[in-house]
Design a protein around this ligand. Structure first.
Ligand code: IPE
Ligand code: IPE
Ligand code: MG
Length: 242
């Protein structure tokens, strides 16, 4: 199934484009967006939360099955407490809104990361949101208290607790927070940094990478389309010869 239209001129010679099933976003640049307006960083995160809503909705409308957003890393706890609290409040607001609108959402939500670090209130909301799973064709992964290294360590510890003394790649893949899901076809990072910052370390080995200077709160449909057009020009070989 083709998930977005492919312009003929975009196809590299000899390449046939596999469908884009999983797009992942490193939502970066909220702080700089606020700074450039003389606003506190928290306002940048608020504007970032609005961008998150419109980008996720747009991706699902483009019929992409799986959207992952990097909302908070295992390293982001180093930030000032007031900023962390502001992000947690936005997370709670989103989850409450999602639960209130549950008939209108039409997608499942999964949290990637160690959720035991959050307050009981946040954990309760996360549980409610996750348990509200239906047979929807679309899923949103929210990576929160997420680190690619932590993901792998957590998977290996799970395998050890199951009694494994030797593991395969399939064993690890099947114990990651993304278990059962396809690896990201495309990772988009906003904010002008060209790094992955501990995001989907195991899963990104063959992802296409798209970096844009657009700050996350400024992200609109056209920026998503540009990323999708970039993806359409890629010839994915996965180590083989085309
Ligand atoms: C990304 O924006 C959001 C989180 C990491 C939670 P930043 O807050 O990192 O924004 P910049 O990079 O400082 O502009
Ligand atoms: C990555 O952004 C994490 C998220 C977007 C949630 P950071 O702003 O934390 O990354 P660095 O510090 O610039 O690498
Ligand atoms: Mg940043």
């Amino acid at each position: 199934m083709r998930l977005f239209s492919l312009k003929k001129k975009d196809v590299k010679s000899g390449g046939t484009q596999p469908p884009l099933r999983h797009i992942a976003f490193i939502m970066d640049g909220n702080g700089r967006w606020a700074n450039s307006r003389g606003l506190p960083r928290e306002m940048g995160h608020k504007a970032g939360a609005e961008a998150f809503r419109r980008v996720v909705e747009y991706c699902f409308n483009r019929n992409i099955q799986l959207v992952t957003v990097y909302a908070f890393s295992t390293e982001n706890w180093k930030r000032p407490q007031s900023e962390v609290d502001g992000i947690m409040k936005l997370l709670m607001d989103y989850m409450q809104e999602w639960l209130d609108n549950h008939d209108g959402n039409k997608f499942n939500v999964r949290f990637l990361g160690d959720t035991t670090r959050f307050s009981p209130e946040i954990q309760r909301l996360m549980k409610e949101v996750t348990q509200d799973a239906h047979d929807y064709p679309h899923t949103l992964n929210v990576a929160i208290n997420y680190g690619g290294r932590d993901d792998i360590v957590h998977a290996v510890n799970t395998l050890i607790s199951e009694g494994k003394t030797e593991v395969t790649e399939e064993d690890i893949s099947s114990r990651l927070y993304t278990m059962g899901q396809p690896d990201p076809d495309l990772i988009v990072r906003t904010g002008g940094e060209w790094r992955l910052s501990n995001f989907l370390t195991w899963q990104s080995t063959y992802s296409e990478l798209y970096f844009t200077k657009t700050l996350w709160p400024d992200m609109i449909y056209r920026d998503v389309d540009e990323a999708l057009e970039f993806f359409a020009t890629r010839q994915r070989r996965f180590g083989a010869v085309k």
